[in-house]
Write a protein that binds this ligand. Structure first.
Ligand SMILES: [Zn+2]
Ligand SMILES: [Zn+2]
Length: 93
């Protein structure tokens, strides 16, 4: 991993959980990095969502529910959440 990549990952983590922000309006929940798998894409090139432990690995999280269950429970797609991450990163710069 290059320094720039590390910097980017830190910035994403610092945004806090993107679902807490979108659904509950809570900013800066400490987050873990979730790699969104895209067909045929390398893991290192996969886009990343910052999610708190509950929304990442918990019962209401993307791993607990699976992508489809997660998206229908929260009525938002991972692609939409990725857009929001990009918007927030843009603002932070
Ligand atoms: Zn959360
Ligand atoms: Zn994950």
């Amino acid at each position: 991993m290059t320094k720039d990549e590390k910097k980017r990952l830190n910035k994403i983590a610092e945004l806090g959980c993107i679902l807490c922000s979108e659904i509950f309006g809570i900013e800066g929940t400490p987050s873990e990095l979730h790699h969104v798998r895209r067909y045929g894409a390398k893991r290192s090139a996969s886009p990343i969502l910052p999610l708190c432990p509950e929304h990442h690995r918990g019962n209401s999280g993307v791993h607990g529910l699976g992508i489809k269950g997660f998206e229908s429970k929260w009525n938002i797609t991972c692609e939409k959440l990725l857009e929001r991450v990009d918007q927030k990163l843009g603002k932070a710069d």
